[in-house]
Design a binder for this molecule. Structure first.
Ligand code: AMP
Length: 455
């Protein structure tokens, strides 16, 4: 997960970056930071916590200058310290740089060990620090060529924004795994962001997606300069549509809400249920549930209320807290549910924690049957490209059949969308990254390599 933003050539660059990070809070709630350039030096402010709690008028006014980059961090395992928050700042031979990264470098241990063998000292646990070291160690004469040099040494998923005092560089890995879009601000300045929902808030016009393997350089007095550095092999992450992204975002030309509706309709064809009512697990299952209800021709109701003041279930890593959080977060509207046969739709099933509690909640509320429907295929493999999926041992679908899971979570039946069904819902014009479902680690890494979370 994680969100990144870069603003260039705009009067209120740090404020714009702040609003963009606020719009993308769902992508990471652990820490947030902004680095700005006033032309002479880079100024940086980052802390643990949520965007609105971290920044205020005072901190933003100190982040002066017409360029700013920012980051919201979603860590999985690993350190929760502020040193592991981004942007990462460093002084090196050519001056100062800040880096914001979304993704996961699959050769991070190899690169890091190699750097350490050559005397490098690391300050953080993040793979992003490799990027800074590789740039600093390169013998090229310009930052641009040092970045290109660095890119030959990293592998995996990365959407990157790199800022120097005068310039900004934006890069998307050759697979385009994590999203990154380019927009233009009303004052003529430029913005790049992980999701287009950030553009809506700051009044920017969507221009285009950053292409896989592309680097765009922003420099004062010049139009953005694009270079295709790596051969593209487009594999945007299917999970962006299934779960991560906000429904109003358009990722690689497709609206997230409409894509989720399609998965729901497809699910209704593949695994129908004879029910009175379709409910959603809010918020991530809502669009798919609506699609499922449309597909079945059965009413859809918002029969479960979500308390929005509790963070996403995965933010706290321990199992005890996760269990409690589901109850804190979701509550049934009993009079809608009592005496009814219910289909309940969620976007994905990972460990099975949420589903088990929801089924119990619906049975306790008087449902006579609870048919669990998942608008994604069975997650059998850990993702190595920047999503928080646990080890294979913790992935319930890697270890149990749908029938076994159904009896474990106590549902009347359980049905998943097929891999083919997901592909059809996403569209056939490109290949998506489906590693969680098919185990095809096309960008390197494998099921046993260490998990994500250092981004
Ligand atoms: P679980 O309870 O472990 O089966 O997780 C499933 C729930 O977690 C679903 O409601 C999803 O919306 C949500 N979810 C799926 N993938 C992720 C992820 N990578 N990070 C956080 N939450 C997730």
């Amino acid at each position: 997960m994680c969100a990144i933003v870069g603003v260039y050539g705009s009067q209120n660059a740090s404020k714009t970056a702040y609003y963009a990070l606020f719009a993308m809070q769902h992508r990471g709630q652990e820490s947030s930071g902004i680095s700005s350039s006033n032309g002479e030096k880079l100024l940086i402010y980052k802390k643990l916590g949520m965007v609105a709690d971290i920044f205020g008028e005072a901190s933003l006014s100190k982040l002066e200058g017409s360029s700013a980059i920012g980051h919201n961090r979603y860590s999985t395992a690993g350190s929760e310290s502020v040193s592991d928050s981004q942007p990462l700042f460093a002084k090196y031979k050519l001056g100062e740089i800040s880096v914001a990264h979304n993704g996961n470098l699959v050769n991070k241990h190899e690169v890091r060990n190699n750097l350490i063998d050559r005397g490098a000292i690391f300050q953080t646990d993040m793979d992003t620090e490799n990027i800074i070291h590789l740039i600093a160690k390169s013998t090229e004469n310009t930052l641009s060529s040092r970045i290109k040099d660095m890119l030959t040494k990293i592998e995996g998923a990365y959407s990157l924004v790199i800022q120097s005092r005068a310039k900004m560089f934006v890069i998307r890995d050759r697979f385009g795994i994590r999203p990154l879009s380019l927009g233009q601000l009303k004052d003529g300045g430029w913005i790049v962001a992980s999701e287009t929902c950030a553009f809506e808030l700051v009044g920017a016009k969507f221009v285009r997606d950053v292409e896989p393997g592309e680097m765009i350089t922003f420099e004062e007095g010049k139009e953005p300069y694009s270079e295709q550095l790596m051969e593209p092999d487009y594999h945007p992450c299917a999970f962006e549509y299934i779960y991560f992204s906000r429904p109003d975002s358009i990722i690689d030309g497709k609206n997230v809400y409409e894509t989720r509706l399609r998965t729901g309709r497809k699910l209704a064809k593949e695994v129908p249920a004879d029910v009175d009512l379709v409910l959603a697990v809010p918020d991530s299952g809502v669009a798919a549930a609506k699609g499922y209800a449309d597909g079945l021709g059965v009413p859809f109701e918002m029969g479960i209320v979500r308390n929005h003041y509790v963070g996403r279930t995965f933010i706290e890593p321990t199992q005890e807290i996760r269990d409690l959080k589901v109850k804190l977060k979701l509550s049934p509207i009993k009079h809608l549910i009592q005496g009814k046969k219910i289909a309940i739709v969620d976007d994905s099933l990972v460990r099975g924690t949420t589903s088990k509690q929801i089924v119990r909640m619906l049975v306790d509320a008087g449902a006579t049957e609870v048919h669990m429907r998942i608008a994604a295929p069975e997650i059998k493999y850990p993702c190595r490209y920047g999503i928080d999926t646990p080890t294979q041992a913790e992935l319930i679908s890697a270890n149990m059949t749908p029938e076994e899971i159904s009896s474990k979570i106590g549902s009347t039946s359980l049905g998943f969308l097929s891999v083919e069904g997901l592909k059809e819902s996403l569209g056939s014009e490109r290949t998506y990254s489906m590693v969680s479902f098919d185990g095809d680690y096309f960008a390197g890494g494998n099921v046993d390599s260490s998990g994500c979370g250092s981004n």
